[in-house]
Design a protein around this ligand. Sequence first.
Ligand SMILES: Cc1cc2nc3c(=O)[nH]c(=O)nc-3n(C[C@H](O)[C@H](O)[C@H](O)COP(=O)(O)O)c2cc1C
Length: 428
Amino acid sequence: MGTSHEGFGCHNGRMMEGSGLAGRRVLLHVCGGIAAVKVPSLITALRQEGAEVRVAMTAAATSFISPLALQALSGHPVAHPGRGGAGSESGMPHVDLAQWAEAHLVVPATASTIARLACGLADDIVSATLLASRDPLLLAPAMETGMWESPATQANLQTLRGRGAHLVGPASGRLASGHVGMGRMAEPGEIVEAARLLLEPGRELQGVVVLVTAGGTREPIDPVRYLGNRSSGRMGTELARAALRRGAEVHLVTAAALPEQLPGGELVPVETASQMLDACLERLPRTRLLVMAAAVADYRLAKPFEQKLHRAEHEALDLHLEPNPDLLQELVARRPEGLRVVGFAAETEDVRSRGRDKLRRKGCDLLVANPVAGPRSAMGGDWSEAVVLYPDGREVELPWSPKSLIAGRILDLAAELLSSPGDGSEAS
Ligand SMILES: Cc1cc2nc3c(=O)[nH]c(=O)nc-3n(C[C@H](O)[C@H](O)[C@H](O)COP(=O)(O)O)c2cc1C
């Protein structure tokens, strides 16, 4: 029983060779934030990975770092407003650059550029190129905590995510102002890793039917109240998106209170565990890969109140709960031939051993165990860490990273299962 500890391919600070960036054309869009001073290290790291890098800058960015420095480091002239169409073969640099690039990295992504992209403006070389492109887009936001937490910024990011943009960071830490808080840009190594994962996915799930569950189920107490949990549905949504990027036919059954769009896949909103089970059972016969990321309530009210409860009518309230169906168990018991099942365990303590216990009891092919207590809780936020457990004792560590990256890695591991011998029924 071997135990391997794999991360995202970063060992001793060096990226693994053949990491997927070799020969890939990456366009860096640099915006006007102090974190622009990290762009030289990022260009160097990307080029060390074998990527070809070109740079476009906003006018504000040129006040933070010189285009000449980025030209020297990238080995190509830099597009920026002061340069107009100079150097462009067609005289239309935004069209040339959009055609040239295979992926776009906005680093640092300022609040202002994020807003312009969400609105679809095309008032400089960065926004015009991004508007003209349909290639993968990765944003590395960096800004003061207030700007980051502003409802406007969060709504703009939600819009961009809904259109398929990926985020790396920000992290919490010391900001340029000296304050400590959310808004620090991801480190260049993390951005390189995110770019690698963005460009790497093949079409290994082409045509495979993938069923993903997401979000925390809501069990009614009365017509307006429910028993719920802190799950946002983000991990399940990222898993569904990662499956779509790999060519799968994706069905996302989500109990998230505010489900995000899933362009290209089927979104099935549900509320309760029973509804989730029904939606899954309906789709199970065609499914080849079942990914159970939802936080399903273990209990529900035996008899929800028909009318809204009023404090004046009940001095104290005892709620009688009964167990919900065990979705994972029910679905594994009915698994069609060839189905592979990825389960999740969210634990506040003994994450590994409880995960192993669940893996054994439920008969999954893989179990993703993640902590949901402490500063690195997987619940609610955009980042997570996890350990993927195999029935044969193997383990794969997924270090603290954006959920979009964790999701991509889980899908890679699940895709390996589908291509390995066995029909999965041995686990039931
Ligand atoms: C010293 C300084 C630092 C700044 N740092 C940031 C930052 O980290 N993030 C951000 O969103 N805006 C920052 N700003 C504000 C942007 O520079 C400003 O919104 C600008 O219009 C952004 O333009 P761009 O998005 O086109 O690059 C900073 C401004 C100054 C003067």
